[in-house]
Design a protein around this ligand. Structure first.
Ligand code: F6R
Length: 609
């Protein structure tokens, strides 16, 4: 997490730095800072809290210059405070850092024993202190930087400016992304290529081990062997439309993005079903779906829940065995990785550190790796053998909504394609399911018209402290995702359990103070969920049922509230049920007055493990 932006220009770069930080604030918004270098040396401004606080600080104490680095922080080591905000600096060098320095404790002890004085609690401050140590030994700037970087364990992307080099910025990366932007008036650096699009017309990604020296007219990159290299440049242009960036009359980005879901599904379907002949137009996959024995699907958070839903589809109607993994577990489990089993990675941002590491691990084990990503020039996209993009557009609310339904759309098409290839369904059934899929956008829009009914339920929940979500079968990942949404944006403690596990422990939590939300779509598991619902109701719990009208009528005597979902093709239930749970979490959060689009402690892109 955290965001780095840097600029060197003929005019003052302060406004570019602030704009860059605003574009990167999805990576962290605990504190922010800038450092400028000119002929009188290094100067910086830092502020705790969101970037507006830094802007305010710059209004009262302006700082202008033609060369500068900037950072927006998501705290890992040390509280979110001005003292811990980046850039960190000594009298000789200022550094903005993304990533985690795993051996910072040892390095700090060593440097302190040599008389170095640290002013923050961060791991990042080790970097300028270490560079200073090597400068004091008489090394040249780039040598001091390289020597310092060689001592670091962990992942990093850094931008550095030196007090006695007012015409250049240094950049280096290992594990965390960094991109260089080329523009007419100067050069830019950002930890996300998208943040360069408003200032540069060409960009290149640095590779792991690269060190770049950036001056106004020239950029020199050396690789991990200290050899001069060129990294391929690409033309970049502002892809984000204004409609992505403004709230279009909605109170929050999250609400706007919930309401965009019909359009997002339509666009994603349009991308993969371009013709009138119903062919699912996927890029050439590096494996034969008909002969596949097994597939791994890996992701984190909401993307992991999308994978869990896909498991029900792929196993249930495509007859393909699927193993779903949380990326942070998969990468360290040392499980046998079979080269003939491909892996599918799911990530909205395409930058999630654990998912990226899991992908690299799978590639090292010679697996074919495909990924479903929303950001098509992200690290995961670039390192995958094949990508299946989602067409969700920029998702700005930290809690994922439209990216999730876009992932489900691609996963459903993938499952359909697999089912046909494996002879599990015929063309008629495929056509029927596809036409049901194309009905989704209008079903979603109709459902959103009844949002006020969900608001009424949220009003009953605004003062609760805990909530239990239950689901069975494909409703389990929906319950998990619903509970995740609730805890993320309302800070209400919410847990989701497989309904069948209730008696194995969690029922001990149930009494009148524990509302229970049961996700129970119609189908063969409904009766079983109804039994669980009665069990919690008889222990005094207030029960909210999410089901179709028939299910609600059946459960009438045991429930306190219900969200009626239209009866649709059972395989497509996840698309609508998830909408109801997103809206419930959203309206609870509005009533609680939390920061919905940027909830505390979270960041949109989890680039550290
Ligand atoms: C939840 C949420 C997170 C992300 C997770 C993975 O609302 O947004 O749980 O789903 O951090 O992120 P991506 O999909 O970018 O890899």
């Amino acid at each position: 997490m955290c965001g780095i932006f840097a600029a060197i220009n003929k005019q003052s770069v302060t406004r570019h730095l602030i704009k860059g930080l605003q574009n990167l604030s999805y990576r962290g918004y605990d504190s922010a800072g800038i450092a400028i270098v000119d002929h009188s040396g290094l100067q910086r401004r830092r502020a705790e809290g969101k970037i507006e606080r830094l802007i305010h600080c710059l209004e009262t104490k302006p700082l202008e210059g033609r060369v500068g680095i900037a950072h927006t922080r998501w705290a890992t080591h040390g509280a979110a405070s001005q003292r811990n905000a980046h850039p960190h600096m000594t009298s000789r060098v200022a550094v903005a850092h993304n990533g985690i320095i795993e051996n910072s404790h040892q390095l700090r002890t060593e440097l302190e024993s040599r008389g170095f004085h640290f002013e923050s609690d961060t791991d990042s401050e080790t970097i300028p202190q270490l560079i200073t140590f090597y400068l004091n030994l008489g090394l040249e700037h780039d040598q001091a930087l390289r020597s310092a970087l060689e001592r670091l364990e962990g992942s990093f992307a850094i931008a550095a400016v030196f007090d006695d080099l007012p015409d250049c910025i240094f950049a280096a990366r290992r594990g965390s992304p960094l991109a260089l932007g080329y523009a007419n008036g100067g050069h830019f650096l950002a930890s996300d290529i998208n943040a360069l699009k408003s200032v540069a017309d060409q960009a290149c990604h640095l590779e792991d081990g690269d060190l770049a020296r950036i001056s106004l007219l020239h950029i020199a990159i050396t690789d991990q062997h200290n050899k001069r290299v060129d990294r391929p440049r690409q033309v970049i242009c502002e892809q984000q439309s204004n409609s992505d960036r403004d709230k279009q009359g909605f109170r929050h980005y999250m609400l706007k993005e919930i309401h965009q879901q019909a359009g997002v599904i339509k666009r994603t379907l349009g991308n993969y079903l371009p013709g009138a002949d119903n062919t699912i137009d996927f890029p050439l996959l590096p494996f034969n779906l008909a002969e596949l024995q097994r597939l791994n699907i890996v992701g984190c958070g909401t993307s992991h829940y999308a994978a869990m839903i896909a498991k029900y589809w792929l196993e249930g109607f495509a007859g393909l065995a699927v193993e779903v993994d949380i990326a942070s577990e998969y990468r360290y489990r040392d499980g046998p990785v079979c080269a003939s089993t491909p892996s599918l990675f799911i990530s909205q941002s395409g930058e999630t550190a654990d998912t990226l590491a899991a992908l690299r691990h799978a590639k090292q084990c010679a697996q074919h790796c495909i990924s479903i990503v929303n950001v098509v020039d992200s690290s995961i996209a670039r390192e995958s053998h094949v990508i299946l993009p989602t067409m969700a557009g920029a998702e700005i609310g930290v809690a994922s909504t439209k990216a999730f339904t876009a992932q489900l759309t691609v996963l459903f098409l993938f499952s359909l394609k697999a089912a046909v290839s494996r002879g599990r369904i015929n063309q008629t059934e495929k056509k029927r399911l596809q036409s049901q899929l194309t009905l989704l956008p209008s079903i979603i829009d109709n459902f959103l018209n009844s949002e006020h009914r969900i608001l009424a339920i949220a009003q009953k929940l605004q003062n609760i402290e805990h909530m239990l979500y239950l689901g069975r079968g494909i409703a389990l990942p929906l319950a998990l995702e619903g509970a995740l949404k609730l805890k993320e944006i309302t800070y209400i403690h919410a847990e989701a359990y497989p309904a069948g596990e209730l008696k194995h422990g969690p029922i001990a939590l149930v009494d009148a103070s524990m509302p229970v939300l049961v996700v129970a779509p119609p189908g063969r598991l409904f009766a079983k969920s109804l039994s669980n619902l009665r069990e919690v109701s008889s222990r005094g719990a207030k029960v909210i049922l999410v089901s179709d009208q028939q299910g609600i009528d059946e459960a009438q005597d045991y429930i306190d509230a219900a969200i009626a979902i239209p009866t649709i093709e059972p395989l497509l239930q996840p698309f609508i049920y998830t909408l109801a749970l997103q809206l419930l979490a959203y309206h609870c959060a509005v009533l609680k007055g939390t920061d919905i689009d940027q909830p505390r402690n979270l960041a949109k892109s989890v680039t550290v493990e």
